[in-house]
Design a binder for this molecule. Structure first.
Ligand code: DX5
Ligand code: ZN
Length: 223
């Protein structure tokens, strides 16, 4: 298990949700060689969001295929059920939604105790002030810039405002401000100007005709 680095640079995090699952290993190698900062792994349970995706087995197999850290985004109703399995599988960070059930503070403490990085995510309509109670126990805030559930959606208009609010809450603390959903070379710039320093990209990379060019464009946008 590789924990996330400290936020001293702008990170690009390819989301494997949009990768071709038949050649997942190759796709991961491609973004690793191009200079991905880590991988974003979307976990969906069909309840918290109306879609299904991966489980701990994917995290385990991915960890055998790459040295990149895995930023695991839990879009599940009851995260407590799955923490141990994802930690055992090799997750580098576990991000819980503030809208999920359970004692999130306790869960974050459990995750930290295992040496895994911690994150809290907020959906587009959630008041960023809820983050204040977790600032001492998180390494990352994940701001959803689309309604979670599917790749390939458009960056929401009010996302910029939410990112700025989150940035002013995080202030100078060493906490990543990661954005997720509809990130491309144009929206990445908007998000960066609002204060983001980590950028998840699914479709903008894996659905591009030229992934190398798409990667370069995104890197330029967040430089
Ligand atoms: C959406 C997921 C995202 C998704 C982003 O619910 O959390 O991580 O993979 O995909 P794009 O970049 O295509 O919006
Ligand atoms: Zn995600």
């Amino acid at each position: 298990m590789i924990a996330l680095p400290k936020p001293t640079f702008n990170a690009l995090s390819p989301s494997i949700l949009s990768a071709n699952q038949l050649i997942l290993g190759e796709q991961i190698k491609t973004v690793e060689i191009l200079g991905a900062s880590w991988l974003h792994i979307d976990i969906m349970d069909g309840h918290f969001v109306p879609n299904l995706s991966f489980g701990p087995a994917t995290v385990k197999w991915v960890s055998t295929a790459t040295k990149l850290a895995q930023d695991v985004h839990l879009m599940v109703e009851d995260p407590q059920k799955y923490l141990d399995a994802f930690i055992k599988a090799g997750a580098s960070s576990l991000t819980l939604h503030v809208e999920s059930k359970g004692n999130l503070r306790e869960l974050l403490e459990q995750i930290r105790a295992k040496g895994v990085s911690t994150g809290i995510s907020i959906k587009p309509d959630t008041d960023p002030n809820v983050l204040k109670q977790f600032l001492d126990i998180i390494d990352l805030v994940l701001v959803m810039t689309v309604y979670p559930g599917f790749g390939g959606q458009a960056f929401l208009e009010n996302a910029q405002k939410q990112i700025s609010e989150v940035k002013s809450i995080i202030a100078e603390r060493p906490i990543w401000l990661e954005v997720d959903g509809g990130i491309n070379k144009d929206t990445a710039k908007i998000a960066k100007e609002a204060g983001a320093n980590a950028f998840v990209a699914g479709n903008a990379l894996f659905a591009a005709n030229d992934i190398e060019q798409a990667f370069k464009d995104l890197k330029d946008a967040i430089k």
